[in-house]
Design a protein. Structure first.
Length: 374
C-alpha cells in the first residue's frame, strides 16, 4: 500500500532502484535521493507533497532504467537483460555462500557430499546440461507469470520479482547498530555465565578442560560487536569477523568430537537441591544418548554455517571496499534505514541543523527566511 508521506514515497522508490544496482552504489542512491527531494520541492513551489513527490518519481522513470543508467551496464550482458544482471549476480552469490556453508557444516557432521547427492545417479555428465536447461526454462516461465501480475503496481511499490531479488541486497546489508550491541552484550553475558562455579560443576570432564576457550571466544565476539558498534562496517572490523569465524570453525570440530557438554543437572529431591547425573542415568538404564548428541551436533552445525557465511560475506565486502579505494578503517555505515529528509552528504559536511532549519522555514511562496534581504 502506498504512503501519503512524500519522504516515504521517495524511500520506497529508491528501494526499488537499489535492487538493480551493485552493492557499492550508495553514492548513486544519495544522489538520486537529493535530486528527487529537490525536484519534488520545485514542482510543489517550495513545498514537497505526496503529489509533487510522485510526479518527480514518474519523471525519473522506471527503477530498472534508472539503475541501468547509473550502473552503466548497457542493454544486455550476454543473454541476460541488463536490469537483471546485478540482482541475479547477488542472488547467485548468496546461494553459493549458503550452499558452501551447508556443505561444510554437513561435512563436519560426517555426511559426505556423495551421500547428499545420492549413490544412484545415472549418466550424470549427460544429465547436467539437461537439468540446467529445464531449470532455466522453469525460471523464465515463473518470472514471466509473476511479471504479468505486477504490471499495474505504482512506481513506489516493489514488484514480486523485486522482492525476490531483494534477498540479495538483504544478505549483504551492513550490520545494524542494534545487532552489534547485541553481539557485545550477549558475548559478555554468556562468557560470565559459563564461568560461574555453579555452572562449571555441571560440565563433563572433557568439556571442563576446554570451556575457557569457549569463554575466550565469546569475549572476542563481544570485542567484535564493540568494534562494529563504535566504527560501523569497515575493512578492519570485517577482517576481525572473518578471522574469528575461521577460528570458531576449527574449534567447533573439537567441540563436536567432545560431544554433549553437560553431565549433571540440578534436581530438587527430598526437600533440597542436588545434582542429577544425566549421562549416568542413560548409561545405567541402557538408554541411547542419541537425542542429546544430535542436539549438540545440530547446535555445532548451525554455528559453523553462520561462521562460514560470515567469512564469505566478509571476503566479498572487503574486496568490494578495496575496489572502491577504501583503506583499513573508517567510520562505516549502519544497516539501519537512513532518513531521506537529510541527505548523507549534508550530514557528512555537518550541515544537518542548518538543513532542518531551512526546511522548517519554507514558505508557500517558495523562498525561505534566509533568502530575505538583511
Amino acid at each position: 500500500m502506498s504512503s501519503n508521506d512524500p519522504l516515504k514515497l521517495i524511500e520506497q522508490y529508491l528501494e526499488r532502484v537499489r535492487v538493480y544496482l551493485p552493492l557499492d552504489s550508495e553514492d548513486a542512491i544519495v544522489e538520486l535521493q537529493t535530486h528527487l527531494i529537490e525536484e519534488a520541492e520545485r514542482i510543489g513551489n517550495g513545498t514537497m507533497t505526496a503529489g509533487s513527490a510522485m510526479m518527480a518519481i514518474e519523471r525519473m522513470g522506471e527503477p530498472k532504467s534508472v539503475a541501468n543508467e547509473y550502473a552503466g551496464s548497457g542493454e544486455k550482458v550476454g543473454p541476460v537483460p541488463a536490469e537483471y544482471v546485478n540482482p541475479i549476480a547477488r542472488i547467485a552469490i548468496v546461494l553459493v555462500g549458503i550452499a558452501t556453508a551447508l556443505i561444510i557444516g554437513l561435512t563436519m557432521l560426517g555426511i559426505p557430499l556423495t551421500q547428499l547427492l545420492g549413490a544412484d545417479i545415472q549418466n550424470w555428465p549427460v544429465s547436467i546440461p539437461i537439468i540446467i536447461f529445464l531449470n532455466i526454462f522453469i525460471i523464465v516461465a515463473i518470472v514471466g507469470i509473476i511479471s504479468l501480475f505486477d504490471r499495474e503496481k505504482p512506481l513506489t511499490d516493489k514488484t514480486t520479482l523485486e522482492s525476490i531479488f531483494g534477498l540479495g541486497v538483504e544478505g549483504f546489508k551492513p550490520k545494524g547498530k542494534l545487532d552489534a550491541l547485541g553481539d557485545l552484550i550477549m558475548g559478555v553475558f554468556w562468557g560470565f555465565v559459563l564461568m560461574i562455579p555453579g555452572v562449571v560443576v555441571l560440565y563433563t570432564t572433557e568439556f571442563a578442560e576446554i570451556y575457557m576457550l569457549v569463554v575466550v571466544w565469546l569475549f572476542l565476539g563481544a570485542v567484535r560487536g564493540a568494534l562494529f558498534y563504535i566504527g560501523g562496517e569497515n575493512n578492519f572490523n570485517l577482517a576481525v569477523e572473518g578471522i574469528l569465524s575461521a577460528v570458531w570453525i576449527s574449534f567447533a570440530i573439537v567441540l563436536l568430537n567432545i560431544g554433549w557438554p553437560i553431565r549433571y543437572v540440578y534436581a530438587y529431591t527430598n526437600g533440597s537441591w542436588g545434582y542429577f547425573d544425566l549421562i549416568g542415568f542413560f548409561e545405567a538404564n541402557n538408554i541411547p544418548f542419541i537425542p542429546f548428541d544430535w542436539i549438540w551436533a545440530f547446535v555445532m552445525f548451525i554455528t559453523v554455517v553462520i561462521a562460514v557465511w560470515r567469512i564469505f560475506v566478509s571476503v566479498m565486502k572487503i574486496t568490494m571496499y578495496l575496489r572502491a579505494g577504501k583503506g583499513i578503517w573508517w567510520q562505516g555505515n549502519w544497516g539501519e534505514r537512513r532518513s531521506l529528509r537529510t541527505p548523507l552528504w549534508k550530514r557528512m559536511l555537518g550541515e544537518h541543523d542548518q538543513f532542518q532549519q531551512k526546511e522548517q522555514t519554507v514558505r508557500h511562496d517558495g523562498y525561505t527566511e534566509s533568502d530575505e534581504p538583511q
